[in-house]
Design a binder for this molecule. Structure first.
Ligand code: SAM
Length: 231
């Protein structure tokens, strides 16, 4: 069992990171639509694996300031607005202003919610995505969150996740977190651990997606596409 990570504390650290001073300006750029090429360099290739189309209702878990949903909505006119949730209400507020700045206030919904209790009925989404979030969940929280993802996805719905991999090559992540002075608590997992957690939660047909390199930080990621099992 991993040490407990407090989700509210993680959200509060991110909010502090995003809001205060010159570091806040840099973080808001990096996590914005414009910064995607820097911190989420191959996001287009990864998203393509889920074959998202206009009829899909999409959920982004741990959406930050809405960067991926804005990028998706630039390319796809969805029948129903995609929804992003983040544990930090302050980050959701920042995200709403990013969405307004992109002129998409009627096309994207952002709301504050933790991964442990998603405020949606069962089977209400076709696709769920989650980028660089699961490292902030301890083992118990990961099991709960994946159970919630399985609940809110319709049977055969797709869940696309990507995250830093547990690997000797990931050491720079720990240094950069230290240098930032404000690392939100996190723990890294290997592919087997994520696959196991997905299977236990009710996902099957789990496939690895080849991500290609990321600019910042240049450490390996794991990307997996899983299907919500038929009931
Ligand atoms: C590294 S950022 C990733 C943001 C965005 N997904 C991206 O890839 O640019 C992690 C985000 O996950 C959110 N988060 C962390 N733990 C969470 C939880 N338990 N429930 C919902 N959101 C969470 C944080 O508040 C933060 O905004």
């Amino acid at each position: 069992m991993t040490d407990r990570i407090d989700p509210q504390a993680v959200g509060a650290r991110y909010a502090e990171w995003f809001i205060r001073g010159p570091r806040g300006v840099a973080m808001r750029f990096l996590f914005s639509r414009r910064g995607l090429w820097v911190i989420n360099t191959p996001y287009r290739r990864i998203l393509a694996a889920a074959r998202i189309g206009p009829r899909d209702r999409v959920l982004d878990l741990g959406c930050g300031i809405g960067n991926l949903l804005i990028a998706l909505a630039e390319r796809i006119v969805f029948d129903q607005p995609p929804v992003g949730v983040d544990v930090s209400p302050a980050i959701i507020e920042l995200g709403r202003s990013e969405v307004r700045r992109a002129g998409m206030e009627n096309r994207i919904v952002l709301q504050a919610a933790g991964a442990d209790r998603l405020p949606f009925p069962s089977a209400s989404f076709d696709v769920a995505i989650s980028s660089h979030v699961l490292k902030h969940l301890d083992d118990a929280a990961l099991a709960t969150a994946l159970g919630e993802m399985a609940r809110v996805l319709r049977p055969d719905g797709r869940f696309l996740l990507w995250e830093f991999a547990r690997s000797p090559l990931s050491a720079p992540l720990f240094w950069s977190a230290r240098l930032s002075g404000l690392p939100p608590p996190f723990l890294l997992r290997d592919e087997d651990a994520l696959r196991q957690a997905l299977s236990t939660a009710g996902f099957d047909r789990i496939a690895r997606i080849t991500t290609g390199p990321f600019l910042m930080p240049p450490v390996p990621r794991i990307a997996l596409l899983a299907r919500r099992m038929e009931a």
